[in-house]
Design a protein around this ligand. Structure first.
Ligand code: FAD
Length: 388
């Protein structure tokens, strides 16, 4: 039976990045993934790396900013292209005649400035130069976050997988973890999987949106399935095919208006488009008709907001994806050791694309030293009822 220092459950961006940092400390790691790596939420993410949407969120904002600098550091070592990074920057735009949203954006700007986050305010004329393909219906101004990026998340995960293999660790696909293995005193000794037992000194669960159900089956406490403080939040995106010479947006764009939209230049050569209110009309187990309805609404809106979408482009030409966000009840990350255990750790978060390098590195430190880094203090389970 193979034996590892750490077994990581889940081959999404969160588990794979933690595994990468663990392996950098010399640990022999096995990532166990029930499907193929990077096919869960990570594959269906908008994948905008940012902290500007978390202004005023204190430690959580700092953690996201740490995620951004984590990518910058990785890019300095490996280069942007192998990681799938596009350092394109991002702009929030708001119409000046919508006083509420315009003021909100101004407030966000000043909060980010107070945090010394790299942002600048963009007047209407400059906005038109920076993003000429936006259909400006009136006077708009914007907030430019020039250090933000977008990520080809599956590419990044596959890059990490190669790094792990090169370092002598293992990435095991198509093997479902069924439960924890433990000794007579209840200490976790590894994993029982569909393909047999895997011995590990420590275990990290990074199972994404199914964390509550997974915890129930791993620990045998069925109640976790309903009571663990993580909910599922579905999101729909459409990705256009490559549009030839047309460039819809150069950066990640968020329209701070109602109805809203966000769009970014996708690695496939097309544009990835979503909106918060369309996420509200779909469900995890949805009908194709409902998804198509939401996708049509997105394309229609994109046509209104952007110049250059070909008249004959339909949703049939686009890729429609629905991803399930794992969202802890207060919207922030859970990074902890499981109560009552000494070697079973847990990492689950929304904004996992942004946060992966920050949480992965800090969690690796936690697992290796047994001491919780100060930066993770805020993100322990004890803030939730029943875990204090
Ligand atoms: C529409 C949408 C837009 C988003 N936009 C952004 C964004 O712009 N920026 C951002 O930072 N974040 C964004 N997110 C959130 C981000 O994508 C997620 O937080 C992140 O992908 C979660 O990664 P994960 O590794 O935790 O989960 P996953 O990618 O789902 O990985 C978990 C893995 O665990 C595996 N697994 C589950 N059970 C078992 C088992 N029993 N045995 C073995 N393996 C198992 C699953 O198969 C899966 O591969 C978005 C999400 C969605 C849905």
């Amino acid at each position: 039976m193979e034996s590892y220092d750490v077994a990581v459950i889940g081959g999404g961006i969160v588990g794979m990045t933690a595994a990468f940092f663990l392996s950098k400390t010399g640990k022999k790691v096995a990532v166990i993934e029930k499907n193929k790596i990077a096919t869960g939420t990570t594959a269906n993410s908008f994948a905008w790396i940012n902290a500007s949407s978390k202004a005023a969120k204190g430690e959580y904002m700092h953690l996201n900013a740490r995620g951004l600098s984590g990518y910058t550091k990785l890019a300095q070592t490996f280069g942007e292209h192998p990681l799938g990074l596009n350092p394109c920057g991002q702009i929030w735009i708001a119409p000046k005649n919508d006083a509420v949203r315009y003021d909100e954006l101004k407030k966000r700007f000043s909060l980010l400035q107070q945090e010394e986050y790299p942002v600048t305010w963009v007047k209407s004329k400059d906005l038109q130069i920076l993003e000429p393909s936006i259909n400006y219906m009136g006077e708009y101004e914007g907030l430019l976050s020039f250090s933000e990026m977008c990520l080809d998340a599956p590419r990044f995960v596959h890059f990490l997988s190669q790094q792990l293999e090169d370092a002598g660790s293992s990435v095991v696909e198509n093997n479902e973890v069924l439960s924890l293995a433990s000794d007579d005193s209840g200490n976790v000794t590894g994993l029982l999987t569909a393909n047999g037992e895997i011995k590990a000194t420590q275990v990290l669960l990074a199972g994404g949106p199914n964390t509550p159900e997974l915890l129930a089956s791993l620990t045998g406490f069925a109640g976790f399935a309903n009571r663990f403080p993580v909910r599922k939040s579905p999101g729909i995106l459409i990705t256009t095919p490559p549009l030839g010479t047309k460039r819809l947006t150069r950066r990640v764009i968020y329209w701070e208006q109602s109805p809203d939209l966000h769009a970014l230049p996708h690695f496939s050569g097309g544009w990835r488009i979503g909106s918060d209110d369309m996420d509200g009309v779909i469900a995890e187990e949805d009908t194709p008709t409902n998804r198509k309805f939401a996708a049509n609404c997105l394309l229609k809106r994109a046509r209104e907001f952007l110049v250059g979408i070909p008249d004959d482009l339909t949703v049939e030409d686009c890729k429609i994806t629905v991803g399930i966000r794992p969202v802890p009840d207060d919207g922030q990350s859970i990074a902890d050791i499981f109560p009552g255990t000494e070697n079973f750790f847990l990492l689950v978060t929304h904004s996992g694309v942004t946060l992966a390098p920050a949480l992965g590195e800090l969690m690796a430190e936690f697992i290796c030293t047994g001491e919780r880094p100060n930066e993770l203090e805020t993100f322990s389970l004890k803030r939730f009822p029943g875990f204090s």
